[in-house]
Design a binder for this molecule. Structure first.
Ligand SMILES: Cc1cc2nc3c(=O)[nH]c(=O)nc-3n(C[C@H](O)[C@H](O)[C@H](O)COP(=O)(O)O)c2cc1C
Length: 218
């Protein structure tokens, strides 16, 4: 195992929004191979109830982008629950204006991104308890992250998005997704432009790690 290469892929796979190349076509085989790699991810009880809806049809991408934009506008105008205010010296507060600018760009241009991938999992858990929720989402989200990594290794950028899920059933109707299936994320996918990516500033691992009891550091 080339640890340096693995760490580079894991630490520099970013949410790509402004650097998605809308004009360059994406070879379907690259997406298919990336999905094959992603399906090596774990699933609860080896259930493998995952599905990836790959959308290249321009009208359908426009339909999804319209739903996404509606949700973005609600989010941007503060009509969706947002997270608590952060102190100005918090690294997340410093990153926020750049993320908002980038996310706003994606909301305006999503229809132009050549491939949308919606990751789905069989089952519904909105009325289920924490174990069923953790098992269901936990059986698709590792594959979604693997997909982003596999795409990135092939020169394709993507961004993890969830906003369209505010209108999940409208997206389901557009794509014929059964009502028994849960949508977990939408990845816009395209070749990326420009140079390579850098690791992001994150909260220090030491502060987020608890040894043997909550709040205990090593
Ligand atoms: C569960 C989840 C939901 C997200 N939803 C959205 C979204 O709807 N739109 C968006 O632009 N980014 C979304 N993101 C991406 C985050 O904004 C992004 O990961 C964060 O800004 C950090 O940037 P990085 O991924 O480049 O490190 C989501 C990420 C996660 C994990």
């Amino acid at each position: 195992m080339d640890v340096a290469l693995a760490d580079r892929l894991l630490t520099t796979t970013r949410s790509v929004r402004k650097r998605l190349d809308h004009r360059r076509p994406v070879e379907p085989a690259l997406v298919e191979r990336s999905i094959e790699v992603a399906l090596q991810a774990p699933t609860g009880s080896n259930s493998q109830g995952w599905h990836f809806v790959v959308v290249t049809d321009a009208d359908k991408r426009a339909g999804l982008a319209a739903l996404y934009r509606r949700a973005w506008e609600l989010y941007a105008s503060g009509k969706l629950p947002a997270r608590a205010e952060l102190p100005p010296d918090d690294p997340r507060a410093k990153q926020l204006p750049r993320i908002i600018d980038s996310a706003s760009y994606l909301a305006e241009h999503l229809h132009e991104v050549p491939v949308h991938v919606i990751a789905c999992i069989e089952g519904r858990v909105e009325n289920a308890g924490p174990l069923a929720q953790a098992s269901t989402y936990g059986s698709i989200l590792p594959a979604v992250w693997s997909l982003m990594l596999a795409l990135r290794a092939r020169g394709l950028g993507s961004a993890w998005t969830t906003l369209h899920i505010l209108f999940e059933q409208e997206a389901a109707a557009l794509l014929g997704i059964p009502s028994t299936v849960t949508q977990a994320a939408l990845l816009p996918v395209a070749h990326y432009t420009g140079a390579d990516f850098k690791p992001a500033k994150r909260l220090p691992a030491r502060e987020q790690t608890h040894w043997n009891a909550w709040g205990k550091r090593r």
